[in-house]
Design a protein around this ligand. Structure first.
Ligand code: NAP
Length: 306
């Protein structure tokens, strides 16, 4: 076990921050963890389950002497918290974030960062539909990607040190630029979430007509949709408001394909449907071969998503 940072400050004490705390503690990767949450309830839980050594009502107080500061609040709250802590950051400290969107977080946070501080934006591709400090667990990031989107002028040593922490927590780390990240995630996570939200909404409307049949005969596909659609409303509202362009671009393409399939069904074009489904089946096989999922029933998952 190697200590990578002496003191880490977690701002926002939800699923991601508490999972980081468990993982850092399990690996002996840091000496001290301070935390901040805006509500007294969350602070009390954080103390009760001992994910932090100290818990502060003030974010500025939490970052005092911290070598690494992690912004783990919803994407729309990143700018305000960055402005609040900026004057209190230790010179030479690294600030990272775990937001699901990168360019808008960079735009909101970077202008507040003092020149003596290294800002290295990041996003763990790991999560569950649960939120809050009690939802965290040490193995959340095990074998999951953690994408870093360093700025052009990033300090390589600071990036390498953060990468070492993330890898020691079990994550696989990759670097890319923020616009690329946002487009990739719009395809793999953001638009699928919107589709799940919509499908569950449609089924809910139907349920009023067919009583409880939608739930009673719910097959695995729809159950997966309901799990995804149970995700935190604040987090996902902020994701769509902050990844507007990429999500709208992918949604536009999705709608075109959906119309093509709709027409194939109406005109009885079975060849079109068969070819389309054959192509998508091959993509699924590719995901399994790349080790990103298992062929087990129910996708072999119990709790992960995004
Ligand atoms: P969470 O469990 O809902 O926790 C959010 C935390 O942020 C709570 O401590 C909450 O404080 C605080 N918070 C909420 N609104 C705030 C505001 N306006 N100002 C200051 N603090 C606020 O969330 P999470 O799932 O850990 O997500 C945190 C970040 O990780 C988000 O940016 C999200 O995009 C990203 N992320 C999430 C997932 C996922 O699947 N959940 C995956 C990857 C990345 P209180 O409890 O005191 O209200």
């Amino acid at each position: 076990m190697t200590v990578i940072y002496d003191k880490v400050a977690l701002l926002g004490l939800g699923l991601i921050a508490s999972s980081m705390a468990h993982a850092m503690r399990a690996g002996g990767l840091v000496r001290e963890i301070s935390g901040h949450a805006r509500t007294a309830d969350t602070r009390a839980v954080a103390l009760e389950i001992a994910i932090c050594d100290t818990v502060h009502a003030s974010a500025a107080e939490a970052v005092r002497d911290a070598d690494l500061v992690v912004l783990a609040v919803p994407v729309g709250a990143m700018g305000a918290i960055a402005a609040e802590i900026a004057p209190f950051l230790k010179p030479g400290a690294t600030v990272t974030d775990v937001g699901s969107v990168k360019q808008s977080v960079i735009d909101a946070v970077a202008p507040h960062m003092p020149p003596s501080v290294h800002f290295v934006p990041g996003h763990p591709i790991a999560g569950t539909e649960y939120s809050g400090p009690r939802a965290g667990f040490a193995t959340l990031f095990q074998n999951r990607w953690w994408l870093l989107t360093p700025l052009a002028q990033a300090d390589m040593a600071a990036v390498a040190r953060l990468r070492a922490l993330l890898e020691a927590m079990g994550a696989k780390v990759d670097e890319m630029d923020a616009p690329h990240h946002d487009l990739v995630l719009a395809v793999t996570s953001h638009t699928p979430h919107l589709i799940a939200y919509t499908m569950v909404g449609v089924a809910d409307d139907l349920r009023r007509v067919t009583d409880s049949e939608v739930i009673k005969y719910s097959a695995a596909g729809f159950r997966d949709f309901t799990r995804i659609a149970a995700s935190d409303p604040t987090m996902w509202r902020d994701v769509f408001l902050n990844n507007k362009d990429a999500t709208l671009e992918i949604l536009g393409r999705f709608t075109e394909e959906l119309f093509a399939l709709q027409r194939a069904i109406r005109t009885g074009d079975g060849d079109h449907l068969f070819e389309y489904f054959t192509r998508t089946r091959a993509i699924r096989r590719g995901i399994i071969e790349a080790g990103q999922d298992t062929a087990a029933p129910d996708f072999g998952r119990s709790a992960e998503k995004t």
